[in-house]
Write a protein that binds this ligand. Structure first.
Ligand code: ADP
Ligand code: ADP
Length: 236
């Protein structure tokens, strides 16, 4: 269970996130919806400590993750993997190598420094790619792939961290509708297959309705909606 308890974040005079409290059970696929500037990205970034909250606390299975430092913080970041709108792949490197970098946290000493991957890690990477129907792309340069393919590579890279939570910040905002569906299908597949908790910022309400178990709506940094997608009528 992820518990966000009275979290706020101010940037100067802007209250980007303003007193959000919400509990998310393990395995839930949660869509965070709201207009640009609502605070969705800041909320996600505070969960994996890319941003520090001004107030409040976040716990995962009772552990206060807002207080973690050093190795414990690095381990927390491994356990909650981020997916970004712009994929953030190393464009000139091949797909398999991009996916394997997700394995760094599990790779000891000189192997990590020299990027020498074990046979087992390669097999895990290929299996992840195969699960998302892109195993054939393993030797391709990442920059030569379509957006939908790149985002699936990023999802595979995230999976190799062996995370418990996936934090996806507008993962389909730069994709055409067909690729957006393919990527949402991939997130749904890993949510179901690995039982991962998924928090996904979305501004496309049709996708939010289609894929999420639960929708959290934000406006002006505040929580304005928390319900099943069916409760979101066209008038809302
Ligand atoms: P969303 O993801 O819903 O578009 P954000 O969390 O990105 O919203 O932004 C919420 C508010 O916080 C916006 O007003 C934005 O301009 C502001 N904000 C976000 N990040 C920063 C930052 N690093 N510095 C200053 N203001 C920021
Ligand atoms: P249980 O009721 O067995 O504890 P969950 O808490 O995971 O199971 O919730 C089951 C389903 O109920 C979720 O998949 C989601 O669709 C919905 N749900 C759970 N919590 C909320 C909530 N606060 N608001 C809206 N829907 C919720």
């Amino acid at each position: 269970m992820l518990v966000v308890d009275g979290i706020s974040k101010t940037f100067g005079r802007t209250r980007a996130v303003d007193g959000i409290s919400v509990s998310i059970p393990r395995g839930q696929f949660v869509g965070v919806i709201g207009r640009s500037g609502a605070g969705k990205s800041t909320l996600l970034r505070m969960i994996n400590r890319l941003a520090e909250p001004t107030e409040g606390r976040i716990t995962w299975d009772g552990q206060d993750v807002t207080a973690l430092q050093g190795p414990a913080l690095r381990d927390w970041r491994r356990r909650c993997a981020m997916i970004f709108q712009q994929f953030n792949l190393a464009g000139r490197l091949d797909v398999l190598t991009n996916v394997l970098t997700g394995r760094l946290a599990h790779t000891p000493g000189w192997r990590a420094m020299l990027r020498v991957w074990s046979r087992e890690d390669r097999a895990i990477a290929v299996a992840a790619l195969d699960h998302l129907d892109i195993a054939a792309l393993a030797p391709e340069r990442a920059e030569n792939l379509s957006g939908g393919q790149q985002q699936r590579v990023a999802i595979c890279r995230a999976l190799l961290q062996e995370p418990e939570i996936i934090l996806a910040d507008e993962p389909v905002a730069s994709l055409d509708p067909r690729n957006a569906r393919i990527v949402m299908d991939a997130l749904q597949r890993i949510n179901r297959h690995h039982g991962l908790t998924v928090l996904c910022n979305l501004h496309a309400l049709d996708l939010a309705r289609l894929y999420c178990d639960r929708l959290i709506g934000m406006a002006g940094g505040r929580l304005v909606f928390d319900d099943v997608p069916a409760a979101l009528t066209d008038a809302a």
